[in-house]
Ligand binder design. Structure first.
Ligand SMILES: [Zn+2]
Length: 61
């Protein structure tokens, strides 16, 4: 049996802001409310973000 094909790249995904779509998010831990994300661009703070897959064009190392 031939070995399984290696994919050139692993699929990647990233998180985007539900308000402005920016991927410029950072993750914050808040002791009382739990974890949440903070968008640098629009200032959104909350637990909900949108996970997106990278397209080939966006995958650049
Ligand atoms: Zn935002």
């Amino acid at each position: 049996m031939p070995p399984p094909k290696k994919s050139r790249r692993r699929p990647k995904s990233f998180l985007t802001c539900p308000q402005c779509g920016s991927a410029d998010l950072y993750y914050e831990a808040a002791l009382i409310t739990g974890y949440k994300y903070h968008c640098k661009k629009c200032g959104y703070i909350g637990p909900f973000v949108i996970e997106r897959d990278l397209t080939d064009e966006e995958v650049g190392e």
